[in-house]
Write a protein that binds this ligand. Structure first.
Ligand code: PAF
Length: 279
């Protein structure tokens, strides 16, 4: 496995592989890899000749009061994991190599003003910008994203369609701990007590899934999910919403495919979880 630090060395490697007719898969990450990322890398390994993992804590997707500095990092562990999973390249640039001032941005506004976009107004603009840059640097045939960040996945699919990126976007299932908590690099922020409290998210997901399968109305499903979370003293709801799976706008009647998504603060840590329901 090769570790690349600059755009140029990454491009040079990939150009050679492309000349040989090899297919390229990209797994964009912010590092501090866990089993969720591992599942993306494994799928990418199965479906492509070359696997590129990007490992970059992207500053432009963090708001001024968010956890950019505190975001967990462990490049040595990340590179060992990538190597063990058969990745060919881990691209680990410095922020100064990715951004100069002033910088162009990519924004998919229509899907970015609901759910997480309300609380994190610049987040998806930063995500779309860095993902576009990674797409242009790596020129992958396929790129892999987790369903845990369901709004991000929907926005990236729209971006690829609107901006004519010739890349297949592969969405992969949420990976959970044995007790149900969705894997996230931010889980490391949780104290023991908070870790237990955080299970209210997956409990709410399970209850919501059961109710929606039995034909309950959107408001009934959301009320039940909110009750489960509100019963947990350390939890504070940012949002629990049901939206159209494509346009991310609220729905009241489940007659199309929907996404039921939530963001909940457990202490100071903001966690997300979701499920999709196909009609
Ligand atoms: O999902 C993430 O980890 C990040 O938002 C991404 C897609 C790697 C962009 O920085």
């Amino acid at each position: 496995m090769q570790v690349t630090k600059t755009v140029k060395e990454t491009r040079d490697l990939i150009k050679n592989w492309k000349r040989e007719g090899k297919t390229i898969g990209l797994v964009p990450t912010m590092g501090f890899l866990h089993e969720g990322h591992a599942s993306l890398i494994k799928r990418c390994r199965e479906e492509n000749d070359i696997v590129v993992v990007s490992d970059f804590v992207n500053p432009t997707q963090f708001g001024p009061t968010e956890d950019l500095e505190a975001y967990p990092r462990d490049f040595k562990r990340d590179s060992e994991l990538c190597e063990s999973l058969g990745a060919d390249v881990i691209f680990h640039p410095e922020p100064k190599d990715m951004y100069h001032d002033p910088h162009a941005f990519v924004s998919i506004d229509t899907l970015s003003d609901t759910l997480c976009g309300k609380t994190r107004p610049i987040h998806f603009k930063g995500v779309c910008t860095v993902v576009s840059k990674l797409f242009n640097i790596v020129t992958p045939d396929r790129a892999y994203f987790g369903q845990k960040d369901a709004q991000q996945l929907a926005i990236i699919r729209k971006m690829v369609q609107d901006l004519n990126f010739d890349i297949q976007i592969v969405g992969c299932p949420i990976i959970r701990e044995e007790d149900g908590l969705a894997k996230s690099s931010r889980n490391t922020y949780l104290s023991e007590e908070e870790r237990k409290a955080a299970l209210c998210l997956s409990r709410a997901v399970k209850a919501g899934q059961n109710m929606i399968c039995k034909g309950s109305k959107a408001e009934e499903v959301l009320t039940k999910m909110r009750e489960i979370i509100e019963a947990e003293p350390l939890a504070k709801i940012d949002y629990v919403s049901m939206v159209d799976a494509l346009d991310m706008q609220s729905v009241e009647i489940v007659e199309k495919d929907v996404l039921v998504a939530m963001a909940v603060y457990i202490g100071k840590t903001r966690l997300i979880d979701n499920f999709s329901y196909e009609v």
